[in-house]
Design a protein around this ligand. Sequence first.
Ligand code: HEC
Length: 167
Amino acid sequence: MSGCHDTPTDENDEIVLTTYEQIRLYVQPGSLDESRLWDAAIAETDEDDIMPPPYATPLTDAEKASISKWIEQGALNNSCNACDTTFAFAADILPIIQSNCTGCHSGNTPEAGLVLESYSDIQAAVISNDLMGRVNDPLNPMPPNNPLNDCLKNQIQSWVDADMPNN
Ligand code: HEC
């Protein structure tokens, strides 16, 4: 979250968690107990010490399970095999767009005049508005300043490569 562990400050004990290498400083692969990230923060039971602090949205059980599984499996710098799979529009692609794009690209005054709500909106934006180019643009990505991670980009790209099925 911006303003928390993205720059070193006294308040966050100089702990920065924006890259794999930085996160690995607080993780012992294979051991939750020896992983400061897990044991001293996420799994903490004292309300004052738990991360994120109580004023932020707590991690869900599913998110905690993903982190503990990642540590137990060796804390690798890997990614999902998104390219190997075919993705369906309704189950996979639309939720990515709804979570990351529709907030700005919907309603009566969408950003850039571009609506991304329905299958036909999104299909048209891939063809006519260089949607993938903007998602991958290193200087001016969409969403602005906050590019999608590679896994999500790969999912959309796989769907585009499969000729954008409306499935
Ligand atoms: C915070 C608001 C915001 C979010 C979220 C957002 N956009 Fe945008 N988008 C903009 C603005 C503002 C512009 C116009 C300025 C520009 O092109 O950089 C734009 C322009 C675009 C354009 C170019 C349209 C054209 O024809 O020039 C595309 C394509 C696009 N967005 C796709 C997306 C996609 C896909 C997502 C999600 C992955 C997304 N945007 C998320 C604000 C947003």
